[in-house]
Design a protein around this ligand. Structure first.
Ligand code: GLN
Length: 558
């Protein structure tokens, strides 16, 4: 494919172990370059065979991040969007599944004119093509490409080969490599060990890639002698060995990299036409300062079933932190398992004890029946105790179900959990059922929404026309719209408030519970659009309400 704009590429690989924060490192380098005024995009390559992240278990891979255009992607795209403050297209997440699907489709169409289809050149060409399609979406100055997994994984090999070729295709002045490794500390020896880093760099060089920068992750800072040793054994410049010890907040990483002159090393290496002036990170620095506020503390509980792995709710966690920092409070996030057994008295006591400690309750999304009962109980508790309550997707659906159960429909449910229920207040819309026959059933990606003035939702957004990202099959059932809205107690309307709908008024997108200081549920996922510099209005309003609640909170620990 012809290139339109001269884009430079920074390729990030990982060594030694996984989960060392390659995504944050990549996003942080992107943040630095964005602060210099460059137009930056990011690509995540996931070498697994799945076509997308949609079917991956959140326990293993963490949250599924949804892009504006409705792709279900790896959570690293969330880091990129938050750090770079951009909206990335779904094609920014390349998987082995997508690459092979495309190559096989071309083979079936006869595009290869009888050639034997092989990993090199056909798969590697396809990988480069996919990278270039993303790079051509805009006049990007820099595209970051993060390769998931660690060097040496069998699945990564075609990608490493394609990335090596990319350097030749684009010219080595335009492509650089960053290798992120881990430096373990051995208690028994009382020292840090560089050998794993030497080995993984050697592995990388064996496929023809020499790193330009080595980012060494470690639990504690490493000294200059150790960096010099790594530079020597791994054949990189001394100033290109950078240490990022565990940080107080992940948003500090751009500042740590900048202190180590990473911005300047990149600018010099790629010949970028900008001044690598660290004062340009001033805004980011002040956000990091706000994120480190220690008090007052606002305690928010996330009541869901994927609580064992914090990454399963990563965008929600980050959105709460952004909102809290902006308000000037510290959000302490408590994860509460919603998979409760109502017959287990001890477990129920500890479930309610956890709820009692909170200043705000957030019910996140989810699929399947397991864990729903706990969500419904938490909704009920928040209604009874007037605790700020924020329901997202299945959380909003749980609010509707519980409200209906409390107001004349004791058996109300979602048809996701009970197909034959007599009161399916949450149901699949006819349109959705039709899509099912064509293979896909989800409402995915960005949709317009109209906010009704005079509601708490409008107070939060301060505008009527918004766009938010969806990922669900079921909807508020319109057959229950009137009866749930028109509930009168002593001539006063105590019905559910519909505060946001699709522009044609057909789909209920946001609800509020009456007679409650703050109880809002939205069918979409606002967490995908929060940024540290632009907290999402609903999160901000929720944390603000929780802060208000905390001031008059009865302290059960006294
Ligand atoms: N399972 C529900 C649905 O499909 C909610 C999905 C979600 O919370 N993301 O509608």
């Amino acid at each position: 494919m012809e290139r339109i704009h001269l884009t430079k590429f920074i390729i990030i690989t990982g060594g030694v172990v996984s989960s060392i924060g390659k995504g944050i490192t990549s996003a942080s380098m992107g943040r630095i370059l964005r602060s210099y005024g460059l137009n930056v995009a990011a690509i995540k390559i996931d070498p697994y065979l799945n076509w997308d992240s949609g079917t991956l278990n959140p326990y293993q891979h963490g949250e599924v991040f949804v892009t504006n255009d409705g792709m279900e992607t790896d959570l690293d795209l969330g880091h990129y969007e938050r750090y770079l403050d951009v909206e990335l297209p779904g094609i920014s997440n390349i998987t082995t599944g997508k690459v092979y699907e495309s190559v096989i489709a071309k083979e079936r169409a006869g595009d290869f004119l009888g050639a034997c289809v092989q990993v090199i050149p056909h798969i590697t060409d396809e990988i480069k093509e996919m990278i270039k399609i993303t790079a051509n979406q805009d006049d990007y100055d820099v595209v970051l490409i993060e390769l998931g997994g660690t060097v040496g994984d069998i699945e990564s090999q075609p990608f490493l080969e394609a990335l090596r070729q990319l350097r030749n295709d684009e010219g080595s002045k335009n492509v650089m490599f960053v290798h992120v490794t881990f430096i373990p500390y051995l208690d028994a020896a009382g020292e840090f060990k560089t050998k794993p880093t030497q080995h993984s760099t050697k592995e990388l060089r064996s496929v023809g890639i020499n790193p330009d920068i080595i980012v060494c992750r470690s639990q504690e800072p490493i000294d200059d002698d150790l960096k010099a040793k790594i530079a020597h054994f791994c054949d990189v410049d001394k100033d290109a060995v950078v240490n990022t010890p565990d940080a107080g907040t992940i948003y500090e990483v751009p500042l740590v990299l900048e202190e180590n002159n990473v911005g300047k090393v990149i600018v010099d290496r790629l010949g970028l036409d900008v001044n690598p002036d660290s004062s340009k990170l001033a805004q980011w620095r002040s956000i990091v300062k706000s994120l480190k506020i220690e008090d007052p503390v606002v305690r928010i509980g996330i009541v869901g079933k994927y609580v064992e792995l914090e990454d399963a709710y990563i965008s929600i966690r980050e959105s709460l932190l952004h909102a809290a920092a902006d308000i000037g409070v510290k959000a302490e996030i408590v994860y509460i398992n919603s998979d409760v057994d109502e017959n287990d008295k001890e477990a129920m006591d500890s479930f309610y004890w956890e709820l009692m400690k909170l200043h705000g309750i957030l019910i996140p999304g989810g699929f399947g029946e397991r864990g729903v009962e706990g969500k419904l109980l938490a909704v009920d508790y928040a209604i009874e105790e007037n605790i700020p309550l924020f329901g997202i997707c299945l959380g909003m659906q749980s609010m509707v179900i519980q409200f209906a159960r409390r107001n004349g429909y004791p058996n109300a449910n979602s048809s996701e959990f009970d197909k034959n229920n007599s009161h399916p207040v949450i149901d699949m819309m006819e349109e959705q059922k039709k899509i099912k026959n064509m293979g896909g059933t989800m409402r995915l990606g960005s949709y317009d929404c109209k906010i009704i003035e005079g509601t708490k939702t409008f107070d939060a957004y301060q505008e009527t026309d918004i766009e938010e990202r969806h990922r669900h099959r079921f909807e508020f059932n319109n057959e229950y719209r009137d009866c749930l809205q028109d509930i009168y107690v002593k001539n006063e309307n105590k019905g559910i408030i519909i505060s946001g709908t699709s522009p044609d008024d057909f789909l209920v997108e946001i609800i509020e519970l009456p007679d409650h200081p703050w109880a809002i549920g939205c069918q979409f996922h606002p967490e995908f659009k929060s940024r540290p510099n632009r907290p999402h209005p609903l999160f901000k309003s929720f944390v603000d309400a929780a802060y208000g609640y905390s001031k008059n909170w009865w302290n059960p620990f006294k």
